[in-house]
Design a protein around this ligand. Sequence first.
Ligand SMILES: [Cu+2]
Length: 675
Amino acid sequence: MKNKHIITASILLLSIWAISMSSSCKPKNAATAIVGDAANKAYVAPGKYDEFYNFVSGGFSGQLSVYGLPSGRLLRVIPVFSVDPEKGWGYSEETKPMLNTSHGFVPWDDLHHTELSQTKGEINGKWIFVNGNNTPRLARIDLKTFRTMEIIELPNSGGNHSSPFGTENSEYIVAGTRFSVPPDDANGDVPINTYKQNFKGHISFVSVNPESGEMNIAFQLKTPGVNFDLARCGRDKSHGWFFFSCYNTEQANTLLEVNASQKDKDFIMAVNWKKAEEYIKAGKGKTVKVKYAHNKYNESTQSAASEIKNEVLVLDVAELKDICYMIPCPKSPHGCDVDPTGEYIVGSGKLAALIPVFSFDKIQKAIANKEYEGEYEGIPVIKYESALYGEVKKPGLGPLHTEFDGKGNAYTSFFVSSEVVKWNIKDLTVIDRVPTYYSVGHLCVPGGNTRKPNPKYLIAYNKITKDRYLPTGPELSQSAQLYDISGEKMQMILDFPTIGEPHYAQAVSADIIQNNGQLKIYKIDENKHPYAAKGEAESKVVREGNKVHVYITSIRSHFAPDNIEGVKMGDEVYFHVTNLEQDWDVPHGFAVKGAANAELLIMPGETTTLKWVPDRVGIFPIYCTDFCSALHQEMQGYVRVSPAGSNVPLTFSVGKTTPPPADAAAPAEAAPKQQ
Ligand SMILES: [Cu+2]
């Protein structure tokens, strides 16, 4: 049986890899991989800036990290889908709504891919979009502030892997479900083995406002129930199209490692999104009842709000025949990458030993001439040979993902054979190969998925580290490797550890980010936060029932007020901390003993709120957590908590030292009993 042979071959490939990894982890040339002038090439002298920003997905950390290249210096971790006590993300009252979903507060996700916003197929430095692969979400980060500004949940989706990939002017960010599931408006209480009848895929086209960046689910495509893996937009001549890699076209519902590897070929799905837009305009979209959260951070009030939405427009691609076309692609394709000219589409079958390269012109011709080999659930399947430009023969084992240098070369990662292979797109010949340490996933060339790559470096994001760093117990940090690709041959120049598990990452020339209007402070007179105290004179403590609002300011090196009395058991205390500083890089922190959340980190001119419910009577210190001045250690205060029903008046002060009242040492029993 052919299928059986293929499975056996696939398992064999993986076994060979497993044996080679366990018996001789270190390839022979590992020790000598870094040679000659490599150290100089990656060295960025103290005080000098890096040439590129590298935005690296954090995988199961749920966050995005930012590195400088070529130094590999970690510049920032941007919290997105996971709570982050360092910055109070998801802990402050202002940011909690950002993590709201139709399931309620979801404080974690699995962030796989990045998409820098583009204009005319080039990176514009405005925003970076990232995906949440678990509870399907898309996020937008503003590159003026390096902060998450918007998160939108995706209905009708069981995961969100094929995401967030954008069109050439960021008209849309697309998000294809990884797991097909019954649509949200269908009865989902069905036997799992009715996958073929009941499970459907959905791809969301999320529009992006070119001025504000605000996202909106413009429409979804309802597709056959398959797993969508990765995607790329058409470029230049193929602008208007989108290409998605699909696996599990077998529609298996169990043991996918075997059952989703049955077919010799899965598909790349080509989508004519301009055609889909026409259908939407012509009213062919069907409004479907769903439930999803749309969370936005308002920079003026410095607060987020979450809205639950209930409808989405859906186009059924099996009914509207000329939106989608399937292109057979060997086997279980991961990467589906379009070259800078928009003519070549590179498929990367995880279990294949060749790289198919498809031609956009040939695909168009095949559609015009109906060169089909049949249909897949109502979608025409273009003949493999009719779409194929050619195959790169014996490039390596397990191609995963391809980036481009804009000089006619492609760089493909090979997970199984642990290497990066450089090959020529036109003649499909291999030019160079270098080992990775070990088992590389995605690659990144700055601008490598745009019309104009900046091909100085290539970074490999590896899944396995083994012996690269000092041992740290059972878990080793994942590793990235930096290669100089400015010459004919690739040269490894640096290893650097990463946070979480990086999947896709992107890099951009530093001047594009530096010159995008970077924000240095929030102007205090533009602060529209409802609980801001824009000067110490506005600081106060106000009781509303059992809610105590503390309008507290911070400036080097004290809080105002710093003595608060009259809080009682049963109160909810809200510390609204306004940082009065108006200098770059002078945040203050805020923490209170026993708070069941995190600290706050408040930027100059910003107001942020910490909720605290005291659990006992006593004196509670508050202090600044971010070393802000020589007298930072003195930046502290006290809150007195009295029993419920106590008659201690609500008072607040700073700098006031009154003589001790006569009852200062009054025994506890003099106060009303604690309840
Ligand atoms: Cu401070």
